[in-house]
Write a protein that binds this ligand. Structure first.
Ligand code: HEM
Length: 620
């Protein structure tokens, strides 16, 4: 990897072999071994017991609404609009309607899932000791939570400890980034403690986060506690144990950092629901327009060089698509030009740097990225360019902000964050993951997807519609869910316990004190072998059919089960249905054009780096 620092930008180029370098490793390894030695000989245990105001559980309105079917494109013809597009003029919908209708791009058929089926999330093995517990599980669809009942599970003290102040967090940080690596860091401790719930320090720790101590929840039974806003507080926890300066977000605490109990949370989330719902008819045509051009360029590149990078062009296409679809604005025709992806990458680095590895020599990287926040002033002018673009492009959506009592300034900075961080950030991890998972699965799966997609499009009159996707593309839907299961793009979630409670894993209940920080590493919950067969494998048709759909409650990429919907009272991703729709559209676009394709895969700080090595054009 090479990192260049021109005057006001940071460019990062990846190579296939990111080497940690032997000497820096040894340099760091010895002090670390010393710390480990110190730690294992001096057991030191600290414990938080902060008190928080508690709030009652909020009502959970029914958000499931079947999509109307107005959006479509003709894959090989100019885009056109059906009469139903014109009839359902979504601009007439009020924000209140949006808040109770959610976005409804492609809701999961929740009717198939009964509460007794859902209760399979609960414990499989229990002991006979009776005790009073609070169980957080997925067992109730609309009230996913608290049963204060007599139940027979062994109650355990949460195992693990935090080590000496400063030393413990540094030890855990080095282990997480360099000595063990993220996945093994967690797996090794599961083995060590014989438990999927235990104490540890989460990076970054000193000097970025004041208190890195967390209780990790690493199985599908305990993880959903993090979704229950009656049990956990989500204030300022979006990035974990530290929060980046609000100087990076125009001086505002944007929606993602707000707890639902805070007064601005509901209007801001409604505002984003409104944005997505009001532009829903643009999604399919603009996606096709932008991504068909991306694939044409990849074909040219492949013909010239024998291989084509998917990541860079995908970044540009994703931003262009979002801008065209959600604001009717082509960025190339504005002062922003084609600069957005690199401005966003740099701005995101200033927020997430303490959680990333870029492949620099470890001692240098740990000092530069993980020990201090990069000063926001260095990215101010880039951020201002993005904010200016949204100010000029937002147009009528700002009227809705006013109706909701949100100032234009706050609305604009929330748009920057929702589009550039939440959406662009998420999709530019998800799309390469999707191409990687499907690419690796091979030609047989490709053939089946091509068959399914082309036949569904033929049956809907040669156009891609939401209905065709929802009703006639079960395998396409399944590969998207399976990708989101196997590699959730946002892998960590946090929540601070509001009450003393007992959190239940598959095997035991664990006492948690009010004020303690709960943390979940999602890939371990969504690859829980107690829930999924061949949990580590990409099984393309895992979610096909009635039995397959029952497993969707364990797909939790959106900070909530796939069978539930975002509301103003929860912290589930506001863009949940939008994300699932566009991911399906990428698969549709791929297999309308190609019978099969091949790839080469590498790593990048956020997600995967994918190169296309062959594209076999559609023959049927
Ligand atoms: C692949 C793309 C995306 C992924 C993986 C993703 C993931 C997530 C996750 C995991 C959270 C919860 C974080 C937490 O509180 O711990 C979240 C929250 C949120 N997401 Fe997304 N997201 C994506 C796209 C979007 C889109 C398209 C929007 C568009 C508006 C969006 C808006 C939000 C907002 C506003 C929140 C905070 C919700 C709240 O405060 O109640 N996200 N997202």
């Amino acid at each position: 990897m090479h990192v260049l620092f021109p005057a006001n930008q940071i460019y990062i180029f990846y190579t296939w072999n990111i080497s940690n370098g032997a000497s820096p490793y040894l340099f760091l390894r010895r002090p670390c071994e010393f710390l480990l030695f110190l730690h294992s000989h001096l057991h030191f245990h600290t414990h938080t017991s902060l008190k928080f105001n508690t709030s009652l559980p909020h009502a959970y309105p029914d958000f499931s609404r079947r999509p109307t079917d107005p959006c479509f494109f003709k894959p090989s013809h100019p885009l056109s609009t059906t009469p139903s597009d014109q009839i359902s003029n979504q601009h007439t919908m009020s924000a209140t309607t949006m808040a109770t209708a959610s976005i409804s791009f492609s809701p999961v058929p929740t009717a198939l899932i009964t509460s007794s089926q859902l209760s399979t999330a609960s414990l499989k093995s229990r002991s006979n000791r009776n005790c009073r517990i609070i169980t957080a599980s997925l067992s109730e669809k609309s009230q996913p939570i608290v049963t204060k009942s007599e139940s027979s599970v062994p109650i355990r003290k949460v195992p693990g400890d935090y080590g000496l102040p400063l030393i413990g967090p540094l030890r855990d940080r080095l282990a997480y980034f360099y000595f063990e690596g993220r996945d093994d860091f967690f797996k090794n401790r599961v083995r060590k403690y014989g438990s999927t719930v235990f104490r540890l320090n989460m990076p970054p720790g000193p000097f970025v986060a004041k208190d890195p101590r967390v209780i990790a929840l690493l199985d599908a039974a305990s993880f959903p506690v993090l979704f229950d806003t009656s049990l956990v507080e989500k204030r300022d926890l979006f990035t974990g144990t530290y929060m980046p300066s609000t100087d990076l977000t125009g001086g505002f605490r944007v929606c993602s950092y707000l707890d639902p109990s805070e007064p601005h949370h509901a209007p801001l989330k409604k505002f984003l629901f409104f944005l997505l719902a009001s532009r829903r008819q643009e999604i399919i045509p603009e996606f096709h327009r932008t991504f068909s051009s991306l694939f044409e360029n990849l074909e040219d590149e492949l013909a010239k060089k024998g291989k084509a990078d998917f990541g860079g062009p995908n970044d540009q296409a994703t931003f262009d698509f979002l801008s065209r679809a959600l604001f009717g604005q082509d960025p190339a025709e504005t002062k922003l030009g084609r600069d957005a992806p690199k401005l966003i990458r740099k701005w995101v680095l200033f927020q997430l740097g303490p959680l990333l590895t870029l492949g620099l020599p470890p001692y240098l990287e740990d000092l530069l990225l993980h020990s201090f926040m990069l000063p926001p002033a260095l990215v101010k002018s880039d951020y201002n360019r993005l904010a200016e673009f949204f100010k000029e492009s937002a147009g009528p959506v700002l009227d809705e902000a006013s109706r909701l009592g949100i100032s234009h300034d706050e609305a604009i900075h929330n748009l920057v964050f929702a589009i550039c961080f939440n959406t662009f950030g998420g999709l530019t991890i998800l799309f390469p993951n999707l191409v990687k998972c499907i690419g690796r699965a091979g030609a047989r799966l490709h053939g089946k997807l091509a068959q399914e997609i082309r036949s569904a499009v033929r049956d809907s009159g040669g156009v891609v519609t939401m209905r065709a996707i929802e009703e006639s593309m079960p395998l396409t839907k399944s590969v998207v869910y399976e990708t989101l299961r196997i590699e959730p793009p946002v892998s960590v979630q946090y929540g601070r316990a509001k009450h003393d409670m007992v959190v239940q894993s598959h095997d035991a209940g664990y006492q948690v004190k009010a004020g303690e920080m709960l943390f979940g590493y999602q890939p371990m919950a969504t690859k829980d072998p107690r829930v999924f067969d061949r949990a580590e494998e990409f099984v393309a048709d895992r979610f096909v059919g009635e039995e397959g759909e029952k497993l969707l409650k364990y797909v939790m990429w959106s900070n909530g089960p796939e069978t539930e919907s975002p509301t103003v009272d929860n912290k589930q991703c506001a863009g949940k249905d939008f994300v699932v729709l566009v991911a399906r559209l990428l698969v549709v676009e791929l297999f309308m054009r190609y019978d099969s394709f091949e790839i080469e895969v590498g790593t990048s700080p956020l997600g995967s780096s994918v190169k296309i090595t062959s594209l076999k054009k559609a023959t049927f």
